[in-house]
Design a protein around this ligand. Structure first.
Ligand code: G3H
Ligand code: 13P
Ligand code: ZN
Ligand code: NA
Length: 283
């Protein structure tokens, strides 16, 4: 069934687990993620990011999640990932998202606060949860020096000011994770995370979940992470599956084995992540 992000994140906080936020790019990926969640008896969040919107279209993907999500026996959140404007957040809510992210992290603090406030006001009027971002979550291609890294990390005092001004439901923080796969094993700043989490008292979101070792993920959950975004590892598993199927069935004019094998490989990763996040058996 479809649920609002607000209640589910509260449950995650009470029972000390994190919700897997899986990025879907196609209809098959949506079905695979939902099947994995059902098999693990886990609440799940499916998110649509900017690349998926550009390539597969916004409303089609959201309506697809809505259609299958309603028929799923575990709680499902439909979420907009890295929402780029107030207008996009409103369009996402109208299309059926039960949770939206507005990412104003590239703007100066005052602008980020003012845009986030607008999104919160509109979303809360219709019971939709809002995630915001503070600090810069790097891409692995960014290759930051240690000094640069520190300037990019979320400042706890600023995070508190941001939360008090905006009343967001959850906050994505920069604590050493990055989008994509890592060149070196990342080291999450759990002290910083702990300070932010205790000061704000709201669920904290970890982006760049692909490639982070399981022990660091578990530690981050102990320190207040309640939603973990995973994209690249799902795309990697899906494309691996398709490659395997091409090797086996490449000469056949048949669409099914490719999508099926991609989905199977991706499902295995989703189930593995769900167990590491501790959300299995929680639905
Ligand atoms: O969070 C980032 C996702 O991997 C999607 O990337 O910014 O190209 O949409 P994108
Ligand atoms: P990864 O691609 O590193 O899993 O990051 C996903 C993410 O944060 C999407 O918002
Ligand atoms: Zn992200
Ligand atoms: Na990553």
């Amino acid at each position: 069934q479809l649920v609002s992000g607000i209640e589910l994140m509260q449950d995650a906080a009470q029972r000390n687990y994190a919700i897997g936020a899986f990025s879907a790019h196609t209809g098959e990926m949506i079905q695979g993620i939902l099947e994995a969640a059902e098999e693990e008896r886990s609440p799940v969040l499916i998110q649509i990011g900017q690349r998926a919107i550009r390539n597969s279209g916004f409303a089609g993907l959201i309506h697809n999640i809505e259609f299958f999500g309603k028929r799923t026996n575990v709680p499902v959140i439909i979420h907009l990932d890295h929402g780029k404007s107030y207008e996009q957040a409103i369009a996402a809510i109208q299309a059926g998202c039960t949770s939206v992210m507005y990412d104003g992290s590239h703007h100066p603090l005052e602008t980020n606060i003012s845009h986030t406030k607008d999104v919160v006001r509109a979303a809360h009027a219709v019971g939709v949860a809002v995630e915001a971002e503070l600090g810069k979550i790097a891409g692995v291609e960014d290759d930051l020096s240690v000094d640069e890294q520190d300037a990019y990390y979320t400042d706890p005092a600023q995070a508190l000011e941001f939360y008090q001004a905006t009343q967001v439901d959850s906050l994505a923080v920069a604590i050493g994770s990055a989008h994509g796969l890592y060149k070196q094993t990342p080291k999450l700043d759990t002290d910083r995370l702990n300070t932010i989490s205790r000061q704000l008292g709201i669920p904290i979101v970890l982006h760049g979940g692909s490639g982070i070792p399981d022990d660091q993920i578990r530690l981050a959950i102990q320190h207040g992470i309640r939603k973990i975004n995973v994209d690249t590892e799902l795309r990697a598993a899906y494309t691996e599956g398709v490659r395997e199927a091409v090797e086996t069935y490449g000469s056949a004019y048949d669409v099914y084995p490719f999508a099926h094998q991609g989905m199977q490989r991706m499902k295995e990763i989703v189930k593995q992540k769900i167990r590491v996040f501790g959300s299995n058996g929680k639905a």
